[in-house]
Design a protein around this ligand. Structure first.
Ligand SMILES: [Zn+2]
Length: 200
């Protein structure tokens, strides 16, 4: 009988340690600074994320215009319902397939993506150079399969966005960009040189 109670005590002790470890891991996960999460369990947005949109306008579009692009945003925020509608096109609804992303699988659904085109040249532009400019602004390209698409995921997967996680806010690589935007004056090549920006 002593043997049994000894075993029980032994087992209970390990169970308490096990519970403590689970608790400690939970705390670590919740406060993990390496994940850089600005908001947790964010509700589904209804518009483009303002910080992301600032970065697009004040850095991406502004720098691109220094290099002769005249970009306009052709698509921004897209609700889950709108995403469902375009996802069905070419699948259960007649038409060509226009999106590979089911609802909740595109960063357009979370307000962290834009599609762009040039006002004058349309899609007949130097995309490689534009991708370098985007990268300088901390934005990621949709790649060769989706050249007009640019987004910011900050290391998060789409599933993490779906779970309510959001990346840390973007910062402008060059503070003068905010001043230029506030005063409505165009960003210039000397501005970029003064900031130490690379030549694109
Ligand atoms: Zn897109």
């Amino acid at each position: 009988m002593d043997g049994t109670s000894g075993f029980l005590k032994f087992g209970t002790g390990y169970f308490v340690i096990f519970l403590f470890l689970i608790f400690a891991l939970g705390i670590l996960y919740f406060f993990n600074p390496s994940i850089h999460i600005a908001q947790r369990m964010a509700p589904l947005p209804t518009a483009e994320n303002p910080n992301f949109l600032n970065q697009v306008n004040q850095c991406f579009i502004a720098v691109a215009s220094v290099y002769g692009y005249d970009l306009r945003i052709t698509a921004g925020f897209r609700s889950m319902a709108e995403q469902a509608q375009i996802y069905q096109q070419g699948r259960t609804v007649d038409g060509h397939i226009i999106s590979e992303a089911a609802p909740g699988h595109s960063l357009h659904n979370f307000g962290y993506a834009v599609d762009v085109a040039d006002r004058v040249k349309g899609y007949n532009i130097n995309w490689t150079r534009l991708i370098s400019i985007a990268s300088y602004c901390h934005l990621e390209s949709g790649g060769t399969g989706d050249l007009p698409h640019f987004e910011y995921r900050g290391g998060l997967t789409t599933d993490q966005f779906l779970l309510g996680l959001r990346p840390s806010p973007l910062t402008l690589p060059c503070p003068v960009m905010a001043d230029r935007s506030a005063t409505g004056t165009p960003l210039t090549l000397p501005d970029l040189k003064a900031c130490g920006a690379p030549k694109f």
